[in-house]
Structures are given as structure tokens and as C-alpha cells.
Ligand binder design. Structure first.
Ligand code: M6R
Length: 632
């Protein structure tokens, strides 16, 4: 979604602002802009609908340059994608960029219009620009007296805002910064971090945008407002008190966000899965026993108390949760429910305080998941766990327990390596809950060979990166199928048991990047309605692992064949399938027991990727979508 970059330094900052925006492109956006204070201290602005490259062209044309500035990529919420709605928004010599949504903007806008402020956009953000200006002016409903400087004016303005925001503001001839120009930042609900550099100070909504200048970062807390000059950072917390926040050194490497030899980030991320899984499972080392401490210091005590599990997440992360539900109920014998976060947060549910609430999120920023966590806590849930790929994210900071997947930065909008590493984390959680519930024998055999179920599952987990590597070798076969899907309008995906959520994930991947309408069904549901859709034009993708439901699944496949449907079957070895009329078959290298979903989903990721390639869509930045959904 929207992205912010800001800088105040000794050197010309336009190249940094533009390269920061390029780094944030993956988040999804429809327009971009920047505002700088030029050599004379005057505010200059350039904006463009479309790509950052178009903004770069305008910046070059206009010769925009300066040592302090703010920049933004916008993903439309209020008002269509258009240059007039692109940030920064200005009000008499000050400029604002904003991520988030101001919920009371309509009411504020009316009041500001009554004070004579003229609006030129449809955005909620422009309200903030005029509000800061009104605080600087004083003598109105927002401020009795004029604010002393821009820092004070922003503090005054945010006190009137309802909703979520990350803000960066600059103003020409800022009185409080007469020696040095300054950049004012504020955060509530939307992420914002500061960069501590050699040549100056920086701000961004995503750490990756700062890596070209510094690894030393300060993560702002909700309610913080800050003043950045070239020499110093001054922070005031939500209670109006001066506060010092820890400077942390980011472990992100700049290479991790480079495309390298790959054609797309999604392709890179699919092929990074063996490494991502290996990194995520690294903390197991060679240990024959799982330690609850990998989920946090209090995990052992909490796992021993819980009598049920509630999983909250959105999109792909929710499908990881749905897969885990099968594992948790089967191995740990604990009731487990999975709820879409955007529904749960508004539903009147009945809280069970002994339930473990698990929130799953790649980004840790998803507004609905964060709000669902807040809702759960407000309902009295204290046993909370985050499974997340971003250690510094809001979600991770708000739960009692946490497990950080080590997938590395995921840039492609379509989630891939985040999903498989979430599955690995959830399997570890399952084993620990099973242990705590007395369901995994800890007894070693008398001959000294440890063949306990725990040991066997750990061995399978450790082998997972190798198994995924072998699966990736199927790419040419999967690519060959893609041609046949590319001109279809619809597809059905079938799975059973813990492969049903994998069928759902397969359809989400296909929809997101190839724009083909796809629906997933538990195969047994076919004859309860969707069979009516099946004809020779309907490709039916079947996930056919060699498990106890295989014979049932074969019967469901017969139902499709009998209606002329085209089957595309991903089967494990030795399943007794034959390629033939109406049956296309790809054999996976091995059946992988309870962890089989991790392998089958990789095959579906590759299928979606290659179909999108044939269709020529924008794989990494599909239309209308954003990487992190930080607004409701
Ligand atoms: O960052 P999160 O895991 O919380 O994101 C949740 C969904 O927005 C995300 O999984 C989305 O569905 C992806 N685009 C799927 O590929």
C-alpha cells in the first residue's frame, strides 16, 4: 500500500527519495510524488499518476532538488488514482505525505473549509495539511494561539485526528528550524521508522527503503511525534513527554531485496523456499527434542494451560491457519478454529480465556489482523501468539508469544515463501501443543535409537528443504500445462483434508496474478453444486496425495471425467494414476505425510506463476492489489 520516504541531510536528497520509492514499489501503488525545500528554502513539488519512473521523468524535467524532502507512493483509498490526489498535499507552503486513513476527515474538512481553506483533492490527507496550517495560524477551533513551530503544529494537529496515520511534513521557512531545515514525523497505527545516517536523518514506512543509507533504525511507537534535523532527532510520546527510542541495527541485507538473475520477485521467492524453510527451522539445530522456548520465554507455561486454539489471519496467512487446524486437532487433540480477521473483529463471539489466540501475518502490519488481535485482547484473551515474518512489526510487539519466520523480505504481492515458512512454524507449534497435551511420546527406545513420534516429525521437518528442492525440479512439466490454462476464464481446484486449504491457496495465487476466476472445493462437495459447472472447457486441478482419502478423491475425479471435465492432477508417486484422455498427470517425487501440503502448494505456486507469464500480466504487482493491506 502507500509508502513514505523522507530525508533531511547534508547532501542533495532527491536520488535517495526516488530510490526509496522504487524500493517501495512492490507494496502496490497508483501514483507517486515528492516535495523538497530547494536551495532558497522554497517548497517545490512534483507528482505523477502511474509509475515512479514517470515521477522521475517529471523531477528531471522540473529540475527539482533539495536537502530536505518527503516522497510518497499512493494506493487510492479516498479519491481515484490521479495526479491531483497524489501526495504530497500542500497548504500554504507546507507539504504532507500520509499512510493510513483519517476516519473523521469529512467533519474536519467542513470545519477547515469554513475557515477558508480550499481543497484541491478528494483525499483525507489534504485535511491534515490544512489542519497543520490551522494550528500554525491559531485563533480557531483547533488552536487558541499560533503554534510555536511546525513540530508544535503537527502535535496540535494529530490531537484532532481519528484513525491511522504515518505522517511526514516539511514547511518552507520553518521558524523553529531557522538554523537548519527539519522534517516532522508522526505515527499512530501505520508503521514509520527513522534512519540514523552519517549524512543526515531519514524516515520511511518500510525498513527496506532506508538500507541504501543506513542500517541504524528507530521504530516509532504509536503516538510518537518527532523532529528530525541533520544533526538530531527529538521525539515526544503520546503523553506529550520527551522520549528516547532504542536505535536498532537492521539485519536486513540490501541484497535480500535485489532481483538478481530472476525475472520476477515471485519466481525468486518460489525458488528461495528451500533456503527460507532451512533458515526458519535453523533453531532446531540437531536437537532431538523441541523446546517451547522457540515461541518465547513463557511458551511452556502458556502451552500447558491452553485448552483450545483460535487462529486469526487474512488471505494466504488464513490458509496457513486452516491447514494447521487439521494438524492441531489431529496431533494435539485440541479444538481449533480459524477466523478471517476482518470478520472476527466485528463478530459477537464467545471468548474462551484459556484459548491460545494465534495471529498469522507475513507483514505484521495487516490492519484487520492487528484489529482482530486488539479485539481478542479486549475480550480478555491474554494467551496470544504472533507468527510473523517481520520482527519489528506491530503485531509482533503486541503478543505474549512470538515466532519469527525467516523467509527474508517477500516483495512479490502474491505470497509464496511466507506461506510455506508459516506452515513450518505452525507444524512446530502443533508438535509443542501435542507434547504439552501429552500426545507425543517422549520415551526413547531401549536400544538407544530415538524413534519417538517427536523425533520422527523433527526428522521430516529437517528434510523439508530438500523435499521442496526436488519439487522445484518439476517446473518444466508444470510450465507445459500453463499454455492450456492461459485462455481459460475459470478453473476449479479440488483437495481433501489438509489439502483443501492448499486448493484454496492455489486458487488465490491463480486469481491474483493471472486474473483467472478460480474456485476451490473440498472434493466431496463437488456433487452438491459445483459439478454443474464442469464441461470440456473447465480445467479441474486436483491435489491427489497418497493418503487415506485418495480412494474417495478418485471417485470425485470420476464424477468430473464423466462430465467431460479436464483433470490436471498433482499426484504423489505410486498413486495408481495413468495419464490419458482428459487426465493430465504430474507426479510429485514423494508422499510427505502430514507435511505434504508444503510440497503440493509449491506446485500450485509454479502453475499460477507460469500461467501469468503466458498471459503477460504484471506478476509482482498485480492490478488493484497491495503487498501489505495497512488500511481496513
Ligand atoms: O501480511 P499478511 O500475511 O497479514 O497479509 C495477508 C494477506 O493480505 C496476504 O496473504 C494476501 O492474501 C496475499 N496477497 C496473498 O498472496
Amino acid at each position: 500500500m502507500c509508502g513514505i520516504v523522507g530525508a533531511v541531510g547534508a547532501t542533495e536528497c532527491t536520488p535517495f527519495l526516488l530510490s526509496g520509492l522504487r524500493t517501495l514499489e512492490y507494496r502496490g501503488y497508483d501514483s507517486a510524488g515528492l516535495a523538497l525545500l530547494d536551495a532558497s528554502g522554497a517548497l517545490v513539488r512534483a507528482r505523477a499518476k502511474g509509475r515512479v519512473s514517470e515521477l522521475e521523468r517529471r523531477v528531471a524535467e522540473q529540475g527539482v532538488a533539495g536537502r530536505v524532502g518527503i516522497a510518497h507512493t499512493r494506493w487510492a483509498t479516498h479519491g481515484v488514482p490521479a495526479e491531483r490526489n497524489a501526495h504530497p498535499h500542500v497548504s500554504r507552503g507546507l507539504a504532507v505525505v500520509h499512510n493510513g486513513i483519517i476516519e473523521n476527515y469529512a467533519e474536519l474538512k467542513q470545519q477547515l473549509q469554513a475557515l477558508g481553506y480550499a481543497f484541491t483533492s478528494d483525499t483525507d490527507t489534504e485535511t491534515i495539511a490544512h489542519l497543520v496550517q490551522a494550528c500554525l495560524a491559531g485563533g480557531n477551533a483547533f488552536a487558541d494561539a499560533p503554534a510555536a513551530d511546525l513540530f508544535a503544529a503537527v502535535r496540535c494537529a494529530v490531537a484532532h485526528l481519528e484513525g491511522a496515520y504515518a505522517l511526514a511534513v516539511v514547511r518552507e521557512e520553518e521558524p523553529g528550524c531557522s538554523e537548519e531545515p527539519c522534517l516532522i514525523v508522526a505515527r499512530e497505527g501505520s508503521p514509520l521508522m527513522l534512519g540514523v545516517g552519517e549524512q543526515g536523518h531519514y524516515a520511511a514506512s518500510d525498513a527496506s527503503a532506508l538500507l541504501s543509507v543506513t542500517r541504524r533504525m528507530i521504530y516509532l511507537e504509536n503516538g510518537d511525534v518527532g523532529r528530525l534535523t541533520r544533526e538530531a532527532i527529538e521525539l515526544i510520546d503520546g503523553q506529550g513527554q520527551p522520549v528516547a527510542r532504542e536505535v536498532v541495527t537492521s539485519s536486513l541485507s540490501a541484497d535480500a531485496v535485489e532481483l538478481g538473475d530472476y525475472r520476477h520477485y515471485m519466481q525468486k521467492e518460489i525458488f528461495e523456499q528451500p533456503q527460507a524453510l532451512g533458515n526458519t527451522l535453523e533453531m532446531l539445530g540437531g536437537a532431538g527434542r523441541l523446546q517451547p522456548g522457540i515461541f518465547g520465554a513463557d511458551a511452556e507455561a502458556i502451552f500447558a494451560e491452553v485448552d483450545a486454539v483460535l487462529i486469526l489471519a487474512c488471505g494466504t496467512s488464513s490458509y496457513a491457519g486452516m491447514t494447521a487446524r487439521y494438524w492441531i486437532e489431529q496431533l494435539a487433540n485440541l479444538p481449533c478454529s480459524v477466523e478471517i480477521a476482518s470478520e472476527y473483529r466485528y463478530r459477537h463471539s464467545v471468548a474462551n480465556p484459556r484459548q491460545l489466540v494465534v495471529v498469522i501475518s507475513q507483514s505484521g502490519e495487516t490492519a484487520d489482523t492487528l484489529a482482530a488481535l486488539h479485539h481478542a485482547k479486549a475480550m480478555g484473551h491474554t494467551r496470544t501468539l504472533a507468527i510473523c515474518n517481520v520482527p519489528e512489526s506491530a503485531i509482533v510487539r503486541e503478543t505474549a508469544l512470538r515466532f519469527i519466520t525467516r523467509a527474508g523480505p517477500e516483495i512479490g504481492v502474491a505470497s509464496t515463501k511466507a506461506f510455506t515458512t508459516q506452515l513450518a512454524a505452525l507444524f512446530l507449534l502443533t508438535l509443542l501443543l501435542a507434547k504439552a497435551n501429552g500426545r507425543l511420546s517422549n520415551e526413547s527406545a531401549n536400544d538407544g535409537v530415538d524413534d519417538s513420534p517427536e523425533q520422527a516429525f523433527l526428522t521430516e521437518l529437517r528434510h523439508l528443504p530438500v523435499a521442496v528442492e526436488k519439487l522445484l525440479a518439476l517446473e518444466p512439466e508444470i510450465e507445459a500445462w500453463a499454455q492450456r490454462f492461459a485462455h481459460k476464464q475459470h478453473a476449479l481446484f479440488l483437495g481433501r483434508g489438509h489439502h483443501y486449504p492448499i486448493a484454496l491457496e492455489g486458487t488465490l495465487k491463480l486469481k491474483e496474478i493471472s486474473y483467472i476466476h478460480a474456485e476451490a472445493y473440498p472434493a466431496g462437495e463437488l456433487k452438491h453444486g459445483p459439478l454443474a459447472l464442469v464441461d470440456a472447457e473447465m480445467p479441474v486441478v486436483v491435489i491427489a496425495p497418497n493418503d487415506e482419502l485418495l480412494e474417495k478423491l478418485k471417485a470425485n475425479m470420476q464424477e468430473v471425467s464423466a462430465r467431460g471435465g479436464q483433470l490436471y492432477v498433482f499426484a504423489d508417486g505410486c498413486c495408481g494414476f495413468e495419464q490419458g484422455e482428459g487426465v493430465n498427470l504430474i507426479r510429485l517425487p514423494e508422499h510427505y505425510g502430514l507435511l505434504s501440503p508444503v510440497l503440493h502448494v509449491v506446485a500450485l505456486q509454479l502453475l499460477a506463476y507460469h500461467v501469468a507469464l503466458v498471459k503477460g500480466t504484471d506478476v509482482d504487482k498485480p492490478r488493484n492489489l497491495a503487498k501489505s493491506v495497512t488500511v481496513e
